[in-house]
Write a protein that binds this ligand. Structure first.
Ligand code: CTP
Length: 405
């Protein structure tokens, strides 16, 4: 599963450092849900967090779409980190008082909680604060101790928020590795473009969104990801991108990358036919209506199915308009894949250029998982949940010869 962290920010001058914590966690592939207290928003802009985090900022128990945010956030989190944590937050949490979304979230969670205090030295050393922290520690809360240094107003002493790098390292250590850590995943995305002449191409309506969502989901689970794509959509750091245009280029890239991969996902819409010979110069109207002779492109997925390594999980996509499941099942067998993700692109909100998708994941073992209309990110997660159940316990050994079966 994707690793989900609630980042609580309370009202202290160190709130600006939480921006850095947020960015570093997102870069590490963590899904970050920022929760700001009202006081926190006096120190740092909500917009900043909403732009950097995986979801918009949440600040209130009231007014959102979710009728029960106070329990949902805590229940859905793999970890809650509060940085900076003020004396007031620490006191309220230790006393078990739910006076807002953040305190409700830490009380409603069973996930590990990390508290990172930051306050003036006098407050930090006050027995009330120290006793509250002792209570929290006794209950299993991790406290990342503040450092000594410059504080608000120019004072110097203990109480300065620990460095963002230290806080992030603690969070990542407690989260543990993602379920694709140590695995190599290759994903193809987008529609290929087959040249007619130097300016014209034959292509299709694939946006690449689903393929990119798959690459991001694999990276969030800590896989080493290669994305072979025809689009120039932005890609988060950590994913290696190979940009291609034609089916032939995609075949070369996929074959090379798949040779080292544990999981290969062909989400790209590959053109089935290409002009036999692209004109060297732009075709002009004056030359008359061109007769374009087409030839088939290589079936990349079938090729990958024939040459795949033992233990490798191979996934195809089938965008259909009629007899969706039957056709997808036939393709699954024909192309020698483990999973075929079928979608009915004639249905509302499904497939090309939408942000949503609805699929059925068919397995070579006869399994069938329906994923009703949801985000392409959620579809990607469902695909990898299914993939992980089929992966051998250890990553594919690099030195093993490839099989031809
Ligand atoms: N695919 C491929 N190479 C091709 C065509 C398709 O690798 N030349 C892959 C797609 O990336 C997808 C799967 O095969 O994962 C199914 O693609 P689809 O276009 O539905 O299948 P086709 O074999 O083209 O079948 P048809 O056009 O007859 O529906």
């Amino acid at each position: 599963m994707e690793r989900k962290v609630v980042l609580g920010v309370t009202g202290g001058i160190a709130a600006y450092k939480a921006v850095e914590i947020c960015r570093r966690l997102v870069d590490a592939g963590v899904h970050v849900v920022p929760v700001l207290t009202e006081d926190a928003t006096r120190f740092v802009g909500e917009v900043t967090f909403s732009a950097l985090a995986s979801e918009p900022v949440q600040r209130s128990l009231w007014g959102g779409d979710d009728p029960i945010p106070h329990t949902r956030l805590g229940q859905g989190a793999d970890l809650v980190v509060v940085a900076p944590a003020t004396a007031r937050f620490i006191g309220t949490y230790a006393a078990g008082i739910s006076d807002g979304l953040l305190t409700a979230t830490v009380l409603a969670t069973r996930a590990p909680v990390v508290v990172c205090p930051a306050m003036h030295t006098e407050m930090w050393e006050h027995p009330a604060v120290q006793e509250n922290l002792a209570t929290l520690r006794r209950r299993g809360v991790r406290v990342v101790e503040p450092a000594a240094g410059r504080l608000a107003g120019g004072d110097v002493g203990a109480g300065r928020l620990a460095e963002p790098a230290e806080i992030v390292a603690t969070v990542l250590r407690l989260l543990g590795p993602g379920d694709l850590a140590g695995r190599r995943v290759v994903v193809s995305a987008g529609g290929t473009r087959e040249p007619i002449d130097p300016v014209r191409v034959i292509t299709n309506r694939s946006s690449g969104k689903q393929g990119h969502a798959l690459a991001e989901a694999a990276a969030a689970r800590q896989a080493e990801v290669v994305l072979v794509t025809t689009t120039d959509r932005p890609v988060p750091p950590g994913i290696r991108v190979v940009r291609v245009d034609t089916a032939a280029e995609m075949e070369t890239a996929m074959t090379a990358e798949a040779a080292r991969a544990d999981v290969v996902v062909m989400a790209a819409a590959v053109a089935d036919f290409r002009p036999k010979a692209a004109a060297r110069s732009k075709l002009a109207k004056a030359d008359g209506v061109p007769e374009i002779v087409l030839e088939p492109t290589p079936d990349i997925l079938s090729g990958l199915g024939r040459t795949r390594r033992p233990g490798q999980v191979l996934v195809g996509f089938a965008a259909e308009t009629d007899e969706v499941l039957d056709r997808a099942a036939a393709k699954l067998a024909r192309k020698g894949v483990d999973l075929m993700v079928a979608n009915d692109v004639s249905a509302a909100g499904v497939g090309f250029d939408h942000d949503t998708n609805a699929v059925t994941i068919l397995g070579a073992d006869g399994s069938r998982l329906e994923v009703p209309l949801t985000s392409k990110a959620a579809v990607a997660d469902a695909v990898f949940d299914t993939v992980i159940a089929r992966l051998p316990p250890h990553p594919v050994d690099d030195d093993k010869p490839r099989s031809n079966s």
